[in-house]
Design a protein around this ligand. Structure first.
Ligand SMILES: NC(=O)c1ccc[n+]([C@@H]2O[C@H](COP(=O)([O-])OP(=O)(O)OC[C@H]3O[C@@H](n4cnc5c(N)ncnc54)[C@H](OP(=O)(O)O)[C@@H]3O)[C@@H](O)[C@H]2O)c1
Length: 392
């Protein structure tokens, strides 16, 4: 894949400089999801006030970097910035721990190419990795992320996963079926306390200015309630979770709304961890060798898309925006980057939003009468024994 960009000279500074500490708010605009028109329009995150003019605004649509290969991460992220994306979502663990470096390089190149003028124009999110749960280890994890990104701070630092790491990559199915914690590095009864220590480190990182906001990811209501008991900084600015019409997470969204936590949806287009056979089983639609089958191909999604004069991807992104969820679609294609951004200019009625969820979920239940609907519609983290979050 080429994007035809000229090689840009490297900056000589050791870190991407933090040019003007009070300038953030001039680069982003606070709007409702309905009023958002551009990729700098976003939602104001709740953070303890530290500095004047330090409003932290997270764009309603950002760019996801999961599964961008080593060859793609730099060019694709840079292209996204050229296309106008001003929020990039990455993580310590992505791309075998190589993506953060390439995201940092993409931001630097965008500055060199004068696509943007300073680091402050990009909202960078990265995520702690679960191998580093605990106070000291968490701070070490963030310092490593910043070093890889070559940045002085990130705009949002998320606790990626509420559970423990595993002590091996070679988990045997039968062991895990007997006990999902079989290979876990922390016992289930110790996990909540350890997570509280991670959050304490995140609070201190926030106070030290290493991140402009802190949040969580993949947290259930139960885990959030537990965290609240010990947190000094509450609420987490964001909970980044899987949300799409097959897995709408109504209760979690309502809890987050009440607590002031912004929900950032991942896998809005169906994600990248689920094959066409599972989609075929869920949706009751055909998947042959030739035929694709994904959430984007579901008959109801394509029907609504044609009513809205939009594409299926825009329809799914709009569906999420209308439920006040921040979107971070991933694509390596420039035309899809533009297509996804244009989800801001379509609108859906409340009836259409409700119908997409209700009819797709009813389809799943009809086609899978013996399965638990929330279990089979969780499309991501498919190889993770603890993906259903039913631990403390
Ligand atoms: N916190 C977590 O645990 C977690 C978990 C998963 C993801 N995430 C974050 O959320 C982001 C988004 O989730 P995701 O990457 O799993 O999945 P996603 O954004 O739902 O879907 C990405 C897939 O959709 C395709 N796609 C993108 N735009 C399209 C369009 N307009 N038309 C047709 N196909 C399109 C992409 O293919 P092409 O690239 O070929 O276009 C890719 O295969 C991630 O990149 C990551 O940053 C976080």
């Amino acid at each position: 894949m080429t994007f035809g960009n000229k090689a840009a000279p490297r900056r000589s500074a050791a870190m991407i400089p933090h040019e003007n500490k009070n300038d953030y708010s001039m680069h982003f605009r606070e709007t409702s999801s309905a009023d958002a028109q551009s990729l700098v329009d976003g939602v104001r995150l709740i953070t303890p006030a530290k500095e004047k003019n330090s409003a932290v605004i997270l764009p309603w649509i950002g760019y996801g970097t999961y599964r961008l290969g080593e060859k793609q991460a730099l060019d694709a992220t840079l292209e996204a910035i050229r296309c106008g994306y001003r929020s990039i979502d990455t993580a310590f663990i992505y791309g075998g721990e190589k993506t953060e470096v390439l995201v940092g390089q993409a931001v630097r190149k965008a500055i060199d190419e004068k696509v943007i003028h300073s680091r402050e124009e990009i909202f960078v999110t990265t995520k702690h990795w679960r191998k580093y749960h605990g106070y000291d280890a968490s701070l070490q994890c963030l310092k490593l992320s910043l070093k890889r990104l070559d940045m002085e701070y990130v705009d949002l630092w998320l606790m990626h996963w509420p559970g423990p790491a595993y002590n091996t990559m070679n988990k045997k199915k039968e062991d895990v079926e007997k006990d999902p914690f079989f290979y876990a590095t922390t016992a289930p009864e110790d996990m909540a306390d350890l997570r509280a220590e991670t959050w304490r480190a995140m609070e201190d990182a926030y106070r030290q200015g290493l991140c402009r906001s802190i949040g969580v990811s993949n947290m259930s209501i139960k885990q959030l309630r537990k965290l609240k008991e010990s947190a000094k900084i509450w609420p987490p600015a964001v909970n980044q979770v899987e949300v799409h019409p097959l897995h709408p997470q109504d209760e979690l969204l309502e809890y987050c709304r009440q607590e002031g936590v912004i929900v950032q949806a991942y896998a809005s287009l169906g994600g990248q961890d689920t094959g066409k056979q599972l989609f075929a089983q869920l949706l009751g639609e055909k998947a042959t060798k030739k035929q694709k089958c994904s959430l984007l191909d579901a008959s109801l999604v394509t029907e609504l898309a044609s009513q809205l004069k939009a594409t299926p991807a825009q329809t799914l992104l709009r569906w999420g925006l209308q439920r006040n969820c921040v979107q971070i679609p991933k694509t390596t294609s420039k035309s899809r980057m533009l297509e996804n951004a244009a989800a801001l200019s379509i609108s859906m009625t409340d009836e259409q939003v409700e119908r997409l969820k209700e009819e797709l979920r009813s389809n799943v239940i009809r086609n899978n009468p013996d399965a638990e609907v929330n279990e089979i519609t969780r499309l991501c983290w498919r190889r993770d024994p603890l993906r259903h979050l039913d631990f403390d």
